[in-house]
Design a protein around this ligand. Structure first.
Ligand code: GLP
Length: 277
């Protein structure tokens, strides 16, 4: 890991340049190495702050990181004893116990294995009787209990974060999202017993208000989007690019996802971690 700019497009003007130097890029040989490193970092972040509020993405990318985190928690339970956990987003319309719900995912991977008590977890209800009222409930909770200390994110295949989908304008606060075709085709929905009608998600300000952001990216299918992110150009049509407005982003990726990052730009700042020199 090296804390220095990707400098993929050093001539690109704009606000990204001002904060770029604080980003960390951790490129690992494979998903297993990336997951171990991301779990270690997440544990370090939690260790450093009592009652840390950790907001969790779901999906395929963070699964092994969460498994590794739980394994670490078995050896140092005191680190996680006071942590608070929050759910980034949810499929509106699915029951909480639907096998495809984000709730089900987090219960299986984090909340049950860590035996997180109800008072240290907060998440979207689904399906809410009134989705807009549910957004207000989440916003009100965050106003009292936030900001988020560590925000774990995946990168959507269309550049979305949570369910902040590409659009002419992005939403700042918790909101009901219209799901893109990419999201409606997400593999999570495969085992669903219901139909995801909309998304419930934190907004971009909520995410950017986090003290530390960890963006996890794996696999060849994300390589193009990671390359686009690394250019530093900010566009609401590529929501992940808004992360350039944040000063403390740690990108954890595997070599497959990093494959399209120009080698000459990578050499000065990012060794391939998890491989012998
Ligand atoms: C999903 C979720 C996001 C997730 C993203 C990437 O639709 N709403 O929170 O991070 O898409 O998913 P995956 O990691 O499976 O590619």
């Amino acid at each position: 890991m090296v804390e220095s700019p990707p400098a993929l497009n050093p001539t690109a003007p704009g606000p990204a340049d001002a904060t770029r130097h604080r980003w960390e890029w951790h490129i690992h040989a494979n998903e297993a190495a990336m997951s171990a490193a991301a779990a270690a970092r997440l544990a370090d972040e939690v260790r450093g702050r009592r009652n840390a509020l950790v907001c969790l993405a779901t999906g395929s990318t963070p699964t092994h990181t969460y498994e590794r985190l739980v394994a670490r928690a078995r050896t140092e339970p005191e680190v996680f004893a006071q942590a608070r956990w929050m759910k980034l987003d949810e499929w509106g319309g699915l029951a909480m116990d639907d096998p495809a719900s984000c709730e089900h995912y987090l219960r299986r991977l984090i909340l049950a294995p860590l035996a997180v008590p109800a008072e240290r977890y907060f998440g979207w209800e689904s399906p809410p009787a009134d989705p807009e009222a549910e957004c207000r409930r989440v916003a009100a909770w965050l106003a009292v209990h936030g900001p988020i200390d560590v925000q774990v994110l995946g990168l959507g295949e269309n550049g979305h974060l949570g369910f902040n989908e590409p659009a002419a304008q992005l939403q700042a606060k918790p909101h009901v999202a219209r799901l893109s075709p990419v999201s409606l085709g997400h593999s999570m929905l495969g085992p669903s017993r219901g139909r995801a009608a909309y998304g419930l998600t934190l907004g971009m300000d909520d995410i950017l208000g986090a003290r530390r952001i960890m963006l996890l990216v794996t696999g060849e299918r994300k390589a193009r989007q990671l390359r686009r992110l690394a250019t530093g150009e900010i566009s609401s049509e590529f929501p992940a690019s808004l992360l350039w407005r944040h000063r403390a982003v740690s990108v954890f990726c595997d070599a497959a996802a990093a494959a399209l990052l120009p080698a000459e730009s990578l050499r000065p700042f990012t060794p391939l971690e998890g491989q012998a020199p």
